[in-house]
Write a protein that binds this ligand. Structure first.
Ligand SMILES: Nc1nc2c(c(=O)[nH]1)N[C@H]1C(S)=C(S)[C@@H](COP(=O)(O)OP(=O)(O)OC[C@H]3O[C@@H](n4cnc5c(=O)[nH]c(N)nc54)[C@H](O)[C@@H]3O)O[C@H]1N2
Ligand SMILES: Nc1nc2c(c(=O)[nH]1)N[C@H]1C(S)=C(S)[C@@H](COP(=O)(O)OP(=O)(O)OC[C@H]3O[C@@H](n4cnc5c(=O)[nH]c(N)nc54)[C@H](O)[C@@H]3O)O[C@H]1N2
Ligand code: SF4
Ligand SMILES: [Mo]
Length: 763
């Protein structure tokens, strides 16, 4: 790829760049100097790391993309290949109206005026016949800028409201763990990773999924840190790590509780940190209620002061709150949160943990000791695969338990490395003010979008607006999603490519890619605030999503809210931050001083400023308020009958070739990366099924089938297969054809890694 990115005096050959022009006309053979290019900056805006990119433009054509030389990371294959996204053969260039059956992908071009008329008519009819609830808006991560998704949701709110998706396909479980525990979602530790002495990549694969910043992991390793990977498969990070610990999918909480037991038994916890900065000292009644001084004050938790020998408010100065049972008075009639954690973990002796996770007892013991004693140690969570499971909230929370118990929080090189960005560092505003009079409409849990639409739950959907989301490849249970797309009478898909989802649209709207419009990124994946500059004219009649909402708003009588110049909305987002467009035009801005250390010095974002272990929100949902291990239902132990038919546990993996389905059909990437999906399978599982390495196989279950080339390898646990995320329907279909569409109960999340399948050889 680097060879194609021509810098300075290199010759641009017609061959190399004939593909880069909009209409595939070869450019004349010219010798360009760096000064011949105009340069523009933007950010790589899909759900990745939002690296700052420089576009090199010559005579109105985008010639190449590189990382901004002044930015702190290099550009990856996908970032550079964005040139081919702009000039993609599958670019949508005009509005397209369906003429064939849904799924056939037959469309005719229509004008923007006709498209907008049609949308207006369908919105009016839907509201009249079904009420606002008859409209559904789906947005996700195709473009995470500060404007477009927000504008979309606001537009439907200004109409009076619509049905929305609840939860997220990505990491609702992390949110459900973090918000009540530490008061903030997103705690990105990338700035101090290199200072860590022990890095536990738990159910994730940063060598691929945090690729731009993986250099920080390697720097830590060079400084003497140990990197350990817990994953059912030997992932790309394991290949660089010091140790790989294979685990049975869905059993991570059992491992965490086993580690906690060792940390408790061997007194490896940080009692001072727990007393000073956490709710581990809060008192709990035998009825499992946290005690409060004043029932009307949620923050008036009681602790037992070992100095004055009285129960007092936790935030009274000059107290030393009791942590353990032996510090409480005899027959106190209450216990501490810390003791509840001890009781929960007590049952998880080494042999029981081994029986559940299939990790040898000696490894568990060593892991717990190493993690607790090599400070600062960091757990990498990065919205892990481990939490995209049935009780993923407990998985995510258990990792915070470990970090808090060992005092590994708020310090450089420690903590739990989640995703995160500028949005956590400073308050940015929404581009438009909140709509007045929005109806309360019950949402659809995102994993259930297919199923619920098909079954008219909670009400029939008549009009579906899809933007920045690969509904067909990314929602679980593709066959159900197809049925839903067929059932909804009017489906609008705004996309820049003829994605898999567009095949099922009634109307496809051509939208701009980055470098074709002006926007702002102050998001949750980069620590920098970035201006997204327009570098080239849009292909065909493509328009920014915000242009579409402006035209529609005009038709519905609130045009002035949405039809101001884009600069107005960028300024609105930035208002009060001290950051201006003018400053941003000079380059990305750090909103605060680096390094960024979430919860620095043990100050959390909860109302008490302490971290909490006992979570009343879970209790209200009839779940244990203390992290507990629960058997995943769709697993051999959870569903023995189903497992007779589908005995293999299927987990998902993200690939270097794509971000989900984005880039999945990028010609440059297809040239240098594999262009067929794989299924990883253990030699013994393959042999009993007559599956041969390198040959086509089919993963299947009661939901559907996914075809992939078998990779027969010991780099995956026996009994587990691993499927690739993000293949297009036009490439044979994604792994979501088989994934579980159960809703993760505590976080309304996605359980794609709690899936049973069997695999057969093709033919
Ligand atoms: N190149 C690339 N980078 C990306 C993305 C991408 O699509 N491509 N997507 C971005 C997004 S949106 C996200 S959320 C992050 C996700 O980042 P990661 O969490 O690192 O990504 P995944 O590949 O989904 O999952 C990582 C690992 O989880 C393992 N796993 C699955 N189930 C379990 C389990 O029950 N227990 C344990 N311990 N491990 C399990 C899988 O085998 C897999 O190797 O990556 C981001 N970065
Ligand atoms: N089977 C399986 N399913 C998964 C996962 C998995 O590992 N396996 N991972 C899950 C996770 S972690 C996540 S985050 C989700 C991600 O799921 P999605 O956010 O749906 O990700 P993409 O597949 O990248 O789809 C984004 C779409 O937005 C389009 N797009 C890009 N820019 C724009 C724009 O400016 N405007 C509009 N209107 N459209 C634009 C892209 O072309 C693309 O079609 O997938 C989840 N689903
Ligand atoms: S794909 Fe991710 S790592 Fe690559 S340039 Fe874009 S944001 Fe950076
Ligand atoms: Mo994600």
């Amino acid at each position: 790829m680097k060879g194609l990115g021509v810098v300075g005096l290199a010759v641009i050959s017609p061959c190399a760049f004939s593909l880069a022009t909009g209409d595939n006309k070869p450019l004349p053979r010219v010798r360009l100097k760096l000064s011949d290019y105009q340069t523009f900056h933007s950010t790589c805006a899909m759900e990745c790391l939002h690296c700052n990119l420089t576009a090199y433009v010559y005579q109105g054509e985008l010639m190449k993309i590189e990382a901004n030389q002044d930015f702190n990371v290099k550009c990856c294959l996908r970032g550079m290949s964005r040139t081919k996204w702009v000039y993609h053969q599958q670019r949508v260039k005009t509005p397209l109206l369906r003429v064939g059956e849904k799924g056939e992908g037959k469309f005719k071009p229509i004008s923007w005026d006709d498209a907008l008329n049609l949308i207006e008519k369908n919105i009016r009819e839907t509201i009249e016949k079904h009420g606002n609830k008859g409209m559904l808006i789906s947005t996700h991560a195709g473009n995470m800028d500060s404007i477009k998704n927000d504008m979309g949701k606001a537009f439907f709110d200004y109409l009076g409201g619509s049905t929305k998706q609840a939860g997220s396909l990505c990491c609702s479980a992390v949110t459900a763990a973090m918000m009540p525990m530490v008061g903030l979602r997103y705690a990105d530790m990338r700035d101090t990773l290199s200072q860590s002495r022990y890095i536990l990549c738990w159910g994730n694969n940063p060598a691929v999924t945090m690729q731009a910043y993986f250099k920080e992991y390697l720097a830590a390793q060079k400084n003497g840190a140990r990197i350990v990977v817990i994953d059912p498969r030997f992932n790309e990070t394991a290949a660089k790590a010091d140790e790989w610990i294979p685990i049975v999918p869905g059993t991570d909480t059992a491992l965490a509780l086993g580690m906690i037991k060792i940390i408790m038994d061997e007194r490896l916890y940080d009692a001072d940190f727990l007393r000073g900065h956490t709710g581990a000292t809060y008192l709990v009644s035998p009825q499992q209620q946290q005690l409060r001084e004043d029932a009307s004050d949620a923050n008036s938790y009681l602790v037992y002061d070992t100095l004055s020998k009285r129960t007092v408010r936790h935030d009274l100065p000059d107290i030393i709150p009791a942590l353990t049972m032996d510090e409480l008075p005899p027959n106190a009639g209450y216990t501490t949160v810390f003791e509840l954690i001890r009781a929960e973990s007590a049952q998880w002796d080494l042999s029981k943990v081994e029986a559940e996770t299939d990790i040898p007892t000696g490894t568990i013991l060593r892991l717990a000791r190493e993690y607790a004693s090599n400070k600062p140690s960091m757990i990498v969570q990065n919205m892990s695969g481990a939490q995209r499971t049935e009780f993923g909230t407990y998985v995510a929370a258990s990792q915070f338990y470990l970090a808090l118990l060992t005092g590994n929080m708020g310090n450089a090189g420690g903590g739990v490395c989640d995703a995160g960005g500028a949005k956590q560092m400073m308050n940015f505003n929404a581009p438009v003010p909140p709509a007045p009079n929005v109806q309360k409409i019950p949402p659809i849990p995102v994993s259930k979008v297919g199923d619920w639409i098909v079954n008219d739950r909670p009400h029939p959907i008549n009009f579906w607006w899809i933007m920045t989301m690969g509904v067909l490849t990314q929602l679980p249970n593709t066959n159900m999603v197809k049925k839903a797309l067929k059932k909804v009478p009017f489906v609008v898909v705004a996309d820049n490519l003829m994605s898999s989802t567009t095949l099922y649209a009634d109307l496809v709207l051509p939208v701009t890619t980055i470098f074709e419009d002006l926007s702002l990124m102050a998001g949750v994946r980069s620590h920098y605030v970035q201006l997204m500059e327009k570098a080239v004219e849009p292909q065909g009649e493509a328009k920014p999503d915000y242009w579409i909402f402006a035209r529609l708003a005009e038709r519905f009588g609130f045009g002035e809210v949405f039809n101001q110049p884009i600069e107005h909305y960028i300024d609105a987002c930035l208002k009060g931050t001290g950051i201006t467009r003018e400053r941003l035009s000079k380059g990305p801005i750090k909103p605060v001083e680096f390094p960024w250390i979430p919860f620095k010095d043990g100050i959390f974002r909860t109302p008490t400023k302490k971290a909490h272990f006992f979570i009343e929100e879970w209790q209200k949902k009839n779940f244990a308020p203390i992290v507990t291990y629960m058997q995943v239902n769709e697993s051999p132990k959870g569903s023995p009958e189903l497992a007779k038919k589908y005995p293999l546990m299927a987990v998902q993996r993200k690939l270097a070739r794509s971000i989900h389905s984005s880039h999945g059909m990028n010609e440059w990437i297809l040239e240098v990366q594999r262009n067929q999906p794989n299924v990883l399978i253990h030699p013994e599982d393959a042999a009993s099924r007559h599956i041969k390495n390198g040959e086509w196989a089919i993963a299947f279950n009661h939901r559907g089938e996914h075809r992939a080339i078998a990779v027969v390898t010991r780099q995956i646990k026996k009994g587990v297969v691993c499927l690739d995320n993000g293949w297009w329907e036009q490439q044979g279909g994604s792994s979501s054809h088989v994934t579980n569409d159960l809703v993760e109960v505590l976080g309304t999340g996605h359980c794609c890694n709690s899936t049973l399948v069997d695999v057969r050889a093709e033919g």
